[in-house]
Design a protein around this ligand. Structure first.
Ligand SMILES: [Zn+2]
Length: 502
């Protein structure tokens, strides 16, 4: 199965921040999980380099838009690397290989009769690079997102006949109930379509930094058209000498934040249809990480800076915290003290200690070799049982619920810790007559930790990889409890998540 996951391409007019990191982390979790399941995965991220926001930012700095893009794009590429994203390609929309293909596709939209020339009057937000309908305006004709007063702009330009796709879009949503998840976001998109679609401006005459329309070079393409098309164009040139379009389109799964829902859930599928292309397989819309309490934490001060977290605690800790603290899809608060609390109680204590104890006991009592013994049925079933974890996690990821998947995994981490308390292997080890039982307990623990850690690979790839190596597990695919026998050689390793120094 092909699985093509994308982040939005990020605007190069600003610095990468937690919001960009969050979307990239989530997309990476989907990519890594689907690779574990043996899917043919392609993961794309990149930068959006045209349009008025970039032009304005460059002007303020007294440099050209291309210079600004060339300076800032590598920062976004470095951000992806710093959160340990496993993206297969990084696209930049000022790349000629992209713009050439955009011109081809837009020419097709034109030739198919889906554009016309007209006069436009509307409320334009230069920071959104978007016109607002009356319904979308904030109080006093402001942008509700940027809270700045908007100007009523009037000009002659080209329009995309979005209204002509109303029925096609309604049909798409009726036929594919999971085209947009979560449900409340899907309902938002459907409500937007059902209120009646207005045609959208496709070009701007006053803009300098943007692609010329292939059929009217006096007009520059409205940046969203060029930006959205990156999801298709990248496949044609991401691999030297190969065109991946057939292989990965329409297997696309877009990950994005709620502020760009309308572009992705309404305009994008319509544009694809207008070009004679298939809509993507689907998309997940996530909420915002809100900076919560500004209380001092012992290591990070009072601001949660994602890059400082990565530098001090590693990418795994940030990845885990973002997806664990806030249920993916909802808005939620994050904070430096909140990060420390999760890090200490869950990563260092629940998981880190479980890993250290398991490896230490195997080393001390069985010379570092997992005993040959069937897995303890007491650990397999019931609440928090290890059995069925791989299937449950897969189902939750298929529903685009990574936070729930993480919760399912954590229920097993806690179950394994309780198992140690209940079975007391350190007492069993003092009694020769209990050697068989100790074999079973240690084998079950090793197996439980292995299965849980495999499920954690997409979330905390670095720590999970180190622990699996220490458990003598070369594979990274998901496994079911009891699927591996004994005999593996394990070794003790330093704490995966060292405690925070006071
Ligand atoms: Zn705005």
């Amino acid at each position: 199965m092909a699985f093509y996951v994308t982040t939005p391409i990020y605007y190069v007019n600003a610095e990468p921040h937690l919001g960009h990191a969050y979307t990239t982390i989530a997309a990476d979790v989907f990519a890594r999980h689907m690779r574990q399941r043996g899917d043919d995965v392609f993961f794309l991220t990149g930068t959006d380099e045209h349009g008025e926001p970039v032009e304005l930012a460059a002007e303020r700095e007294g440099i050209s838009p291309q210079e600004l893009a060339d300076r800032n794009a590598p920062r976004f590429e470095a951000m992806a690397a710093s959160v340990n994203a496993s993206n297969d390609f990084f696209i930049r929309t000022s790349d000629e290989r992209h713009t050439d293909r955009v011109a081809e596709i837009m020419q097709r939209v034109h030739d198919n009769g889906h554009v016309y020339e007209g006069a436009y009057e509307g409320w334009y937000c230069p920071r959104c690079a978007d016109f607002k309908t009356e319904r979308e305006l904030g109080p006093g004709n402001t942008c509700p997102i940027h809270e700045i007063p908007l100007e009523l702009e009037r000009e002659q330009n080209w329009f995309f006949k979005l209204s002509a796709f109303e029925d096609d879009l309604k049909r798409l949503y009726a036929e594919r109930p999971d085209f947009v998840v979560p449900d409340f976001r899907r309902n938002e998109a459907v409500a937007f379509i059902e209120r009646g679609l207005q045609d959208v401006s496709l070009s701007r005459s006053k803009l300098n930094w943007g692609m010329p329309l292939p059929w009217d070079r006096s007009q520059r393409m409205y940046v969203w058209f060029d930006a959205l098309l990156n999801y298709v164009t990248a496949l044609a040139f991401a691999r030297e000498g190969q065109d991946l379009t057939e292989r990965f389109w329409p297997a696309a799964f877009h990950v994005l934040a709620k502020d760009i829902l309308k572009f992705h859930a309404v305009i994008w599928p319509a544009l694809l249809m207008a070009a004679g292309l298939q809509p993507p397989r689907g998309m997940v819309i996530h909420g915002y990480l809100l900076m919560g309490e500004k209380k001092m934490s012992k290591s990070l001060g009072n601001v949660l800076d994602p890059f400082e977290v990565i530098e001090r605690f590693g990418a795994d800790a940030l990845r885990f915290y973002c997806l664990r603290e806030v249920s993916f899809g909802q808005d939620g608060s994050v904070s430096a003290p909140g990060f420390e609390a999760r890090y200490e109680s869950e990563l260092a204590n629940d998981f880190g200690n479980l890993a250290s104890r398991t490896l230490a006991m195997l080393d001390r009592y069985r010379d570092g070799v997992v005993p040959e013994a069937g897995p303890d049925p007491a650990l397999a079933g019931g609440e928090g049982g290890i059995e069925g974890l791989a299937a449950e996690v897969s189902e939750l990821i298929d529903r685009a619920e990574p936070s729930q998947a993480l919760e399912a995994i954590w229920a097993r981490v806690r179950r394994l810790n309780r198992y140690v308390e209940e079975t007391r292997p350190f007492d069993l080890a003092k009694d020769e007559a209990q050697a068989g039982r100790l074999d079973q307990v240690l084998a079950s623990l090793a197996e439980g930790v292995r299965v849980v850690t495999l499920a954690l690979v997409p979330f905390i790839p670095d720590a999970a990889g180190r622990l699996l190596d220490a458990l003598g597990e070369p594979e990274r695919t998901l496994a079911e409890f009891g699927s591996r026998g004994g005999g593996a050689r394990v070794e003790r390793i330093p704490p995966l998540f060292p405690k925070i120094e006071d």
